[in-house]
Design a protein around this ligand. Sequence first.
Ligand code: UD1
Length: 368
Amino acid sequence: MTMLRIDLIAGARPNFMKIAPIIDALQAARARGSHLGYRLIHTGQHYDRSMSGDFFEQLGIPEPDINLEVGSGTQAEQTANIMVRYEKVLMEQPSALCLVVGDVTSTMACSIAARKLGIPVAHVEGGIRSGDWTMPEEINRVVTDAITNWFFTTSDTANDNLRRAGITDDRIFFVGNTMIDTLLKHMPHLRPPAFWQALGLEPGNYFVVTLHRPANVDGEQQLLRLLHAIAGGTGGLPVIFPVHPRTAKHLRELDSAVPDLYYVDPQGYLEFNYLAKHARGVITDSGGITEETTVMGVPCLTLRDNTERPETVAVGTNELIGTDPARLLPALTRLLVGQWKKGAIPQKWDGKAAERIVEHLERLLVAR
Ligand code: UD1
């Protein structure tokens, strides 16, 4: 039997930790004589070393077989360029399956290009919904799921969302969370960033902040208000703020810098999760970080009005604070006096999601 090749699509930072364990599991299957193979395609949506290359290195991801090198642009420019370039690749050398992860522009663009050429699509982290149509990610999720053949899901809520959309159970596979596979694998190797000692950081004596959602960072006044609320509510403890390139651009445009925050470059995977693991609390508008802090049992304050990952709130350590800066202080005060929930780990977030995915793929593709 000839090898059945799967295209693995990765484009932006949060994709890389989701794809890494799938590559590991496919390689392990191959060593056992599986007929599944893969081709790693980087769309080039993120291209800075600190947003891309460092993650490949730290997570042991092999060099991409193909880099579409789309770079930055508007939503439509990125979508269009990825579709045109990936379609060309597929027309020259089609694969048996296109596997996409998460909810970034690359996820949606590649799934459309593949499905239109008759190539089935598998979506890892399918079915999650924020219900917030102002987020580009929500549109990416809904469009991708509308044309996905097989869904690999992280939660029962995702399963229910898909069923409600009319997807039958034979296409839904509740496997767990590949981002958590990566976290559990690398937990013993997390390491402090270079500035740890210079800033006198100690476990539990500092906060970590990340902000990159357009709703929080694209409007200068909102960004300023949030940063002032954070600086004012963290009890004089150091606040470490690894700044996403999008946010950096807006910070440069602000006249007045907010003091009392340590602005640092985007951190590597091992350094960022070391910082998060030992923080008193993490303040963020990311989705993935709410999953990681849940697994590490670290209090997480989410500066959004909704979440596509409700289990991080219902089961984990996450709380939705919203985007109104006035709501930060009471929440931070509760945290500082030690009144934060303990949280538990969601079902099947056990480090084996990628293995389950590959088992299903064997059955779905090879045994067909
Ligand atoms: C993207 C994802 C978001 C994810 C985030 C994590 C979409 C719609 N959004 O948002 O879900 O949480 O990644 O980082 O796909 N830039 C650089 N260097 C880079 C990449 C980007 O400087 O390597 C700058 C560019 O100015 C670019 C801006 O950051 O215009 C935004 O990048 P983009 O890929 O459009 O979206 P993100 O905001 O990173």
